[in-house]
Design a protein around this ligand. Sequence first.
Ligand SMILES: C[S@@+](CC[C@H](N)C(=O)[O-])C[C@H]1O[C@@H](n2cnc3c(N)ncnc32)[C@H](O)[C@@H]1O
Length: 252
Amino acid sequence: MTGKFIGVGVGPGDPELITLKAAKTLHNADVICIPKANADKPSLAVTMIKQILEERAVEPEMLELIFPMTKDDMGNQKLWDKNANVIAQKVGMGKLVVFITLGDPMFYSTFIYLYQSLQKGHPNMDLEIIPGVSAFNACATSARMPLAEKDELVTVIPSEFDEKLVEEAAKCSENLIFIKCAYRLKELIPVLKRAGFKENSTIALIRRCSMSNETVTVGRLCDALNWNVIEDYFTIAIVKKNYIINNDKMGT
Ligand SMILES: C[S@@+](CC[C@H](N)C(=O)[O-])C[C@H]1O[C@@H](n2cnc3c(N)ncnc32)[C@H](O)[C@@H]1O
């Protein structure tokens, strides 16, 4: 009996956005690994697969793996390697081990580090990756904002703001996607204006996309200064330089 490891993207929040392939894999898994930044916090990814778990005749082993969000690269590497070894041990026992991750596994995901540890420490392991719907795709549809058309450029800006970098990226992109740091959008507006974005360029702020408490706010860049922005990690901002919305499409 040979085991296998599968990294599965479970999408942005709505369980109906889990692909058929991911759902089938979760139905068959012997072990489901749940990445957590903190042992005490509940996992959002687990709530998304709740129905699949309830439908199963046999309960899988649920294995929580801690992946702290710190900048200690050496410490993190040790933990990723440790988690990779735990997975390798289960796979070595002939089990189908599935690791769930929000959105897509290969886009700004903890899965990437685990995958690299597995490749380094266990290069012969049978491994598969199943893509998921990324939050930025779902956010664009929730906001009814095309992400790009014709020969437009799209840039994704993660995490901490480096004003200079944002300005340079904004100068050569018609469409910007801010992840992780999106709730700090008011700090961005002057930078975007310096880079050629206009008062009436369009901005959308999408919070908790595809979840039951989703909020979507769309308006002009100049309006966003007056928005009441809640600090929430699950937020994306999409800004479009040349996309002008009508007044009747604005608001939440
Ligand atoms: C570490 S990244 C993970 C991205 C994920 N792998 C993907 O493909 O969407 C986390 C960031 O994605 C964005 N995000 C994830 N899920 C979201 C959602 N449902 N609504 C809005 N933003 C979301 C937020 O900007 C959050 O800070």
